[in-house]
Ligand binder design. Structure first.
Ligand code: GDP
Length: 139
């Protein structure tokens, strides 16, 4: 059964480029409720842990450097079918392939600096939500 939550991060490029408000508008307009949210910054160790699934990939080092270069906005979002609907809202990993109107099409720069993260499964959404937030920080 779908857990109805997903974990997002507005990545360092999205925050530094001043797109936090516009991206949150898209998320809220699409019907997601914010359960938890914070401005934070990943340490190298935490970024390595978050992206451990990619550690054998050639871009792992660059990805960790990018994700630690500045603050991010992390949030737990709630909606029916949250994981799948949010992946549709953000669009393809590479903004060149992202559908018109998606967050990555509108605000991403390239396949790495792609403005936003969205969990890829209910299982990972639960793991990633617990990575960023305690139960007391979720409403
Ligand atoms: P996502 O689920 O759409 O975020 O994509 P992935 O899980 O495949 O990749 C995680 C993140 O790694 C992406 O969002 C990008 O920031 C980055 N990334 C993915 N593919 C590449 C690549 O080919 N090169 C680089 N430099 N970064 C990549």
């Amino acid at each position: 059964m779908a857990s109805n939550i997903t974990l997002t991060m507005i990545k360092p490029d999205g925050v530094a480029d001043g797109f936090t408000g516009k991206i949150l508008d898209h998320i809220i307009a699409a019907g997601f409720k914010i359960q938890a949210m914070k401005l934070t910054r990943l340490s190298t160790e935490k970024a390595q842990e978050f992206y451990a699934v990619h550690k054998e990939r050639p871009f792992y080092g660059e990805l960790v450097a990018f994700m630690t270069e500045g603050p991010i906005v992390a949030a737990v979002l709630e909606k029916e079918n949250a994981v799948e609907d949010f992946r549709k809202l953000i669009g393809a990993t590479n903004p060149a392939n992202a559908a018109e109107g998606t967050i990555r099409k509108l605000y991403a720069t390239n396949i790495e600096r792609n403005a936003i993260h969205g969990s890829d499964s209910d299982e990972n959404a639960a793991i990633e939500a617990a990575f960023h937030f305690s139960g007391l920080e979720r409403f």
